[in-house]
Design a protein around this ligand. Structure first.
Ligand SMILES: [Zn+2]
Length: 159
């Protein structure tokens, strides 16, 4: 296995007035290395009112002849022993974007959002095929960034 193909991953967590966000940033040597590297993370909100735990997995399926990319992902709310948490409504949003290292978008961002009441439910899953915003040729062989944000809402309110 080539160590040069391993993406660099950073995670930034934040708490806001009505929820929690985590922002993952993957820096990959080029778009083709994504295919060999499914992305999987468990995110715990550590909420003081209704803590919840989420499993996110994303698989990159590759690039078509026309430079469209395909990927699938799911976000699953993990089961909890706490009955209050089990009856709680959350809104979960996943945001995925492909950009250059300088932040210029290569593909349009993908956003999925859903309200979820039941723990254990697999709440978001999709296979996306998205065309690039401009000629992909200029980005081939270049380092690129995949930004993934997971946003959980309604677990607490300010005050
Ligand atoms: Zn919270």
């Amino acid at each position: 296995m080539s160590s040069g193909a391993t993406p660099t991953v950073t995670a930034r967590k934040e708490k806001i007035s009505n929820g929690h966000n985590v922002h993952y940033r993957l820096t990959v040597p080029n778009i083709h290395t994504l295919q060999a590297w499914p992305f999987a993370q468990t995110y715990r909100t550590n909420c003081q009112d209704l803590p919840s735990s989420w499993r996110f997995e994303m698989t990159f399926h590759g690039m078509a002849q026309d430079s469209s990319v395909s990927f699938s992902f799911f976000l699953k709310r993990k089961k909890s022993k706490n009955s209050i948490v089990n009856g709680a409504l959350f809104r979960a949003t996943v945001w995925v974007a492909f950009t250059t290292v300088n932040g210029s978008p290569i593909f349009p961002p993908t956003v999925f959002s859903k309200d979820i009441l039941s723990p254990g439910e697999e709440i978001l899953k999709s296979v996306e095929t998205i065309p690039p915003l401009s000629d992909m040729g200029q980005f081939l062989g270049q380092e690129l960034v995949v930004e993934i944000s997971i946003m959980i809402r309604f677990c607490h309110t300010e005050g």
